[in-house]
Design a protein around this ligand. Sequence first.
Ligand SMILES: NC(=O)c1ccc[n+]([C@@H]2O[C@H](COP(=O)([O-])OP(=O)(O)OC[C@H]3O[C@@H](n4cnc5c(N)ncnc54)[C@H](OP(=O)(O)O)[C@@H]3O)[C@@H](O)[C@H]2O)c1
Length: 310
Amino acid sequence: MSTREPLSAFCILQDSRAARKKKNTLDVNDEIPIAGKLVLITGSNSGIGAAAALELAKRGARLLMPNRDMKKAQDVADSIKAKVPEADLTLLPLDLGDLDSVRGCAAEVRRLVPRIDVLINNAGIQGHESTLNKTKHGFESNMGVNYLGPFLFTNLLLDLVVAAGPGARILFTASALYQAASLQLDDIMLEKKGSFGSGNLGPYGNSKLANMYNAYSLSKRLAGKGVNTYALDPGPVKTDLRRDAKGIIAKIAAPIANMVMSEPEEGAEAILYCALSNKCAGETGLMYRCNGLWEGAMEGAVDEAAAEKL
Ligand SMILES: NC(=O)c1ccc[n+]([C@@H]2O[C@H](COP(=O)([O-])OP(=O)(O)OC[C@H]3O[C@@H](n4cnc5c(N)ncnc54)[C@H](OP(=O)(O)O)[C@@H]3O)[C@@H](O)[C@H]2O)c1
């Protein structure tokens, strides 16, 4: 299995930053009306998810906000309410690293609402472990939290999205670091020797590439049902994502990367584009970055047979 050096990861960040500069800002006059519609967004208690939740609340969306840390979720909800007093926010507990919690949260969502107009799988981790770290049910942590949890959650809620009717959307926050992936279907839990090491973003990249596979496969499964799927890269953004970084990443790569990183509000634009833009209303199963289609990314990254198998 090949891995990328930190320098390659930095090049990916630079490229991502350069792509952002070429894009126009979000066109709020070209959005589908979202007022009164149901939007579920995971990982809204910080970073890009919190910024996106605020913008969706401003536009009048009814928000379901499943989060792991409920104290942080309440703080974000309070700050949204302070800015948008009429915001309709429902907080729910969800730990994507615990499949029992995923099932419980999906059951609670089903109890609360008959449909979901936009399902945004945003929550994620960037594990920097130098050895294999596992979720509660024994899955490699990046793959477990970023791919398997959202995969199960989305499947348990799929009929509610279909029930929303034509125009419903499912989003997956992937990453430009899918380019650091070395996904091998016979070792997706990375139990083979040499999969981990300082500065190795392969495990995170694998989980994000798997999100792209998921968006692609779901677009095929949902063909004719009026539901579109989108994978997206928010660009390099200053958030808590690298909170567990140690060694070379924490000391060298992260501080350098911080110099070219965007604010969470800018990162949220990629979510808002895929959730709301009329420009992508006729597209499905593709990859986006900043405020537009990332041309060729999905086609270049996804192997159709592997996507089906995964
Ligand atoms: N920042 C970037 O440069 C960048 C670039 C490309 C892609 N992304 C992606 O963007 C998404 C948002 O990340 P961010 O940058 O905004 O970082 P962040 O501020 O750390 O947000 C991550 C969110 O995911 C939640 N989360 C983590 N583990 C969870 C679990 N087991 N169950 C449920 N929720 C969990 C976090 O909640 P807790 O507080 O409970 O941990 C938090 O709300 C992630 O999918 C990330 O991979 C970020």
